[in-house]
Design a protein around this ligand. Structure first.
Ligand SMILES: Nc1ncnc2c1ncn2[C@@H]1O[C@H](COP(=O)(O)OP(=O)(O)OP(=O)(O)O)[C@@H](O)[C@H]1O
Ligand SMILES: [Mg+2]
Length: 508
C-alpha cells in the first residue's frame, strides 16, 4: 500500500545520505532474534524518552547489534547520529568536545565535520537546544566513563518525547540508572547460531562439512558463542580441510583459558609467517590509527622490502584485518590491542627495547632521554610515530638520538623540530613522514639511501639547497625518491618530474 511504498522510498533515499545505514557484519546471525526481544522495549510509537544500555563483554556483538538496530529504526527519525569509538576518541585531548561536535553536526545534518566546541559545558548547551526541538535517535558506541555520557546525553530531560538513545559499553557500572532507564545484556550466541557463524567463516556456508561436523561443534563449544572468536577461528581454518589440521587446532583451543578471546586470537596470529606477523603488527600499531588506505600501506610496506599485497590478502582472509569504505584498513579493537600487546610484551619495562613505538609519551621519553636511549638497543626500535596535539608547543628532538636506530624503517615526526645534522637519520629509513616540517630549506643534503616515501606536506619549505640537489644528482641516486608529497610549493622541483613521481599526491 501507499504507506509502505513511501516508507521504502524514504529508506532508499536515506541510504544514499551519509551517516546511515551502517555496514553490519558480513554474515549476521541471531540479530532477528534480538530484534524480537528489543522490539517491545524500543517501541518507536510510544512516548517518553528511552535511554537503553547495551552491555556485555568485548567482541560479543554490541556494536554490531547497535548498528543493525540503528539501520532498522533510523527511518523514523529526522535527526539522528551514530557516534562510534567513544572510549578511544575521548582519550585524545579535546576528545569529548570533538565527540560533541560530531553529534551536533549529525543532528543538524551539516556537511562540515563540525564546529569547534569551546568546552564540554558549551557542547552540552548546544546538544540540549537541538535535542529539545524534536525526537532524536542516537547511538553512543563504546562508552567507558561516566563523563562521556554526561557530555553527550547527560539526562533524559534534555530530550524531546519519543527520543531513543542506545549506549553500548563493556562495563555496566559506568551506566548510571539515573540516565539509562533500560539495560539490555548482549549475550553469547546460542549454539546453533554460533555453529552457523563459524561455518560461514570456515566453510563458506551455513553448516559444517559432514566429515568435520564433530570437530566444528567442539570448537564452537570451546569458543563460547563469542562472534569475534568464531569469525577469526573459523577464518583460520578456512583453507584447512584435513582432519589432522583440525585436530591440531582443537588441541590448541583446549589449552587456552576458557572463553578467552585474546587467546583464540593469538592462535591465529601465531600461525602467521614472519612477514605476515610483521605487516600485521605495523598495521595494528600504526596504520589503523592513521586511517590509512590499503593502497598507501602497500606502497609503504613494499618500500620496506615486503610483499604487502599478498600479505594483506592473507590477513583479510583470516578476518584479522578488514578493508572498509574508501579502501581504509580496519581492525577490530580487540585484534588491534592484541597486536599492540605483543609488541609491548617484547619488553614491558623498557619501551626502547621494543620493535615499535606509537605512544607519544613513550617515544618522547625514549628519544629525549639520552642515557636510556644510548644504553639500550635502540636499533630494535624500528618505527616511531610521535604526533602533535593541538595547542601544544613544538617538540624539538636531537637528530643524534636516531644514531643508534640503524634498523629504523618507518618514522613519523609530524610537527616536530629537529636539531642537529641530518646525517644521523638512519640510512635504512624507508618512509619518512614529516608533516609541518618547520624548516624553510629542504633538509637533506643526501636523502637516506633507501627512502621510498618522503611526505613533507603542510611544511614551510620553500627552497632546495641548490648546489647539492641538482637535477642530475637526483637522477643519479641509486634509489631516487619515488614519491614526494606536497612538493608543488617548490617550483624548482618541477624540473625533476621524471625522477620524482608526483602522482596523485599533488592533487590534495
Ligand atoms: N550477530 C552477529 N553475527 C555475525 N557476526 C557478528 C555478530 N555480532 C558480532 N559479530 C562479529 O563479531 C565481531 C565483534 O563484534 P562487535 O564489534 O559488535 O563486538 P563488541 O561487543 O562491540 O566488542 P567491543 O566491546 O570490543 O566493542 C565483529 O567483527 C562482528 O562482525
Ligand atoms: Mg564495540
Amino acid at each position: 500500500d501507499e504507506a509502505e511504498l513511501i516508507q521504502s522510498l524514504v529508506k532508499r533515499i536515506l541510504t544514499k545520505l551519509k551517516n546511515t545505514p551502517l555496514g553490519v557484519a558480513k554474515y549476521p546471525v541471531g540479530l532477528e532474534r534480538r530484534f524480537e526481544e528489543l522490539k517491545r522495549i524500543v517501541n518507536v510509537n510510544s512516548k517518553g524518552v528511552l535511554i537503553l544500555g547495551f552491555h556485555g563483554m568485548g567482541g560479543i556483538g554490541k556494536t554490531t547489534l547497535a548498528k543493525a538496530l540503528y539501520n532498522k529504526l533510523v527511518v523514523h527519525f529526522r535527526r539522528r547520529s551514530f557516534v562510534p569509538k567513544i572510549r578511544e576518541a575521548s582519550r585524545m585531548e579535546g576528545g569529548l568536545e570533538s565527540l560533541q561536535a560530531k553529534l551536533i553536526s549529525n543532528l543538524t545534518s551539516s556537511k562540515e565535520s563540525g564546529q569547534r566546541i569551546e568546552n564540554v559545558g558549551a557542547g552540552i548547551d548546544l546538544i540540549r537546544s537541538l535535542a529539545f526541538e524534536e525526537p532524536v535517535f542516537i547511538v553512543l558506541d563504546d562508552v567507558d566513563d561516566l563523563r562521556q555520557i554526561k557530555a553527550l546525553a547527560g539526562s533524559r530531560d534534555w530530550f524531546y518525547e519519543g527520543t531513543r538513545i542506545i549506549v553500548t559499553t563493556r562495563d555496566k557500572e559506568v551506566l548510571p540508572e539515573s540516565i539509562v532507564n533500560v539495560f539490555y545484556e548482549v549475550k553469547e550466541l546460542t549454539s546453533p547460531e554460533a555453529l552457523q557463524l563459524f561455518s560461514f567463516h570456515a566453510f563458506g556456508r551455513d553448516q559444517p562439512n559432514k566429515s568435520l561436523k564433530g570437530a566444528a561443534e567442539e570448537i564452537v563449544a570451546l569458543t563460547g558463542g563469542l562472534p569475534l572468536a568464531l569469525e577469526v577461528f573459523g577464518s583460520f581454518l578456512y583453507d584447512k580441510r584435513r582432519a589432522e589440521e583440525w585436530r591440531d587446532a582443537l588441541q590448541k583451543l583446549r589449552w587456552i583459558r576458557p572463553q578467552s578471546l585474546q587467546d583464540v586470537l593469538m592462535i591465529s596470529f601465531n600461525a602467521l609467517d614472519d612477514q605476515e606477523k610483521c605487516v600485521f603488527l605495523d598495521i595494528a600499531c600504526f596504520f589503523v590509527q592513521m586511517t590509512m588506505t590499503r593502497e598507501d600501506a602497500i606502497y609503504i610496506l613494499r618500500g620496506c622490502g615486503l610483499n604487502p599485497e599478498i600479505t594483506i590478502k592473507v590477513l583479510t582472509a583470516k578476518s584479522l584485518l578488514k578493508i572498509i569504505e574508501d579502501g581504509i584498513l580496519w581492525m577490530h579493537d580487540q585484534i588491534r590491542d592484541m597486536g599492540r600487546e605483543i609488541v609491548q610484551r617484547e619488553n614491558y619495562d623498557h619501551p626502547s627495547m621494543r620493535s615499535r613505538l606509537w605512544d607519544r609519551n613513550e617515544i618522547l621519553t625514549v628519544l629525549k632521554n639520552k642515557k636510556s636511549a644510548f644504553a639500550y638497543f635502540i636499533e630494535m626500535c624500528k618505527t616511531c610515530f610521535p604526533w602533535k596535539q593541538d595547542n601544544e608547543e613544538v617538540v624539538t628532538l636531537q637528530t643524534t638520538c636516531f644514531t643508534r636506530m640503524v634498523d629504523l624503517r618507518l618514522l613519523q615526526i609530524n610537527h616536530v623540530a629537529l636539531d642537529g645534522g641530518f646525517e644521523h637519520i638512519p640510512a635504512e629509513l624507508k618512509w619518512l613522514q614529516w608533516k609541518g616540517c618547520p624548516l624553510k630549506t629542504f633538509p637533506f643534503d643526501n636523502c637516506p639511501q633507501d627512502l621510498g616515501v618522503l611526505d613533507l606536506s603542510e611544511s614551510k619549505i620553500t627552497s632546495m639547497r641548490e648546489r647539492r640537489h641538482s637535477k642530475k644528482q637526483v637522477q643519479k641516486e641509486k634509489n631516487p625518491l619515488t614519491r614526494v608529497r606536497f612538493f608543488s610549493c617548490l617550483p624548482s622541483l618541477n624540473s625533476f618530474k621524471k625522477s620524482i613521481k608526483f602522482s596523485r599526491w599533488q592533487k590534495n
